[in-house]
Design a protein around this ligand. Sequence first.
Ligand code: NAD
Ligand code: GLY
Length: 364
Amino acid sequence: MKTLQVELEDRSYPIHIGEGLLDRPELVMPHVHGKQVMIVTNETIAPLYLDKALHLFQDYETATVILPDGEEYKNLETLNRVFTALLEKHFNRRCTLVALGGGVIGDITGFAAASYQRGVNFIQIPTTLLAQVDSSVGGKTGVNHPLGKNMIGAFHQPQCVLADTRTLNTLDDRQLSAGIAEVIKYGLINDPGFFTWLETNMPALLQRKPEALAYAVERSCADKAAVVAADEREAGMRALLNLGHTFGHAIETASGYGNWLHGEGVACGMFMAATLSCHQGWIDAAQLQRIKALIQQAGLPVLPPASMSLAQFLDIMAVDKKNIDKKIRLILMKDLGQCFISDNYDHALLQQTIEEMLTASQQA
Ligand code: NAD
Ligand code: GLY
């Protein structure tokens, strides 16, 4: 097992990463302060891991809430089901919520914890690669609105993250690839050595070799923990973690939540951001080709849905949380592994990039 620490003064917490951690109650017990534990999961994960989770918290008064599965349920209505379960069971302010699942369950549970009785403790037990490398760390919580993804939420850090890499064995290939998109993201943002490691080790990751998966989770979490420690509330550099997300959220929103996976939108969005950076002359064609090859090797898309239009992209991108004064702010790159945030790019080139990619998609 490896343990990393997210350094946030009195809100610091450990990320435990390893095989079989769902059998280690001693790792979570120090982080449960009251007697009541509510495990929030969904109907896919419950048959796989709920018994183990209940065993982890067997010394407490446990209850469970099992939500429907899917990004389309990451909304206020589903969140309210968690509040109802907590109130029906008379959970008090010293209760602990446990998110057992992927990013959807983590984001909903975290937001429930942020707002139930003005804030209670929670523990993340991420079971997808995407959740283990990204969404369980850093305290961003929330739900979608029909007009925009993740538009309702709060920053609320967990007490601990328990990433049992063995849970990744039951994940289907498409979901594994979606998680790899966020792993590639860290290489592109500011870890060129990791990008190179991924170019060599992508086959091992896709074959779920335990050492490769463990290394990818550890290095991703270390990269993310460093950014979160430096800028918890996204006043500056944390925005870099949104590489590809502005394009990706537009794709997710336009195609209906759940049709494109979050990681697939991010993968395509990273390639769109890289293409715009290339059009600007900030990266060269060979670098762009390496990025495209790695994304495709991971089984991820590089072209947006053919059914989308330029106007749709621009309309949805205009409501992104990073925007200031109506300018679409994007994460772009000036080298492989060197991203920056900017609204100082040529807007005509942005339009050209989107149009080019839509045309390529329509012709594919
Ligand atoms: P997800 O939570 O929908 O999980 C993907 C699918 O895998 C679901 O059907 C789920 O039931 C299933 N599943 C989960 N664990 C499994 C397992 N071990 N075995 C078999 N099936 C399993 O999707 P995701 O990719 O984990 O997360 C995407 C969400 O995370 C999006 O809503 C995105 O906005 C959010 N996100 C949040 C942050 C953040 O910082 N808070 C960061 C990145 C993404
Ligand atoms: N996934 C983006 C962030 O945590 O800031």
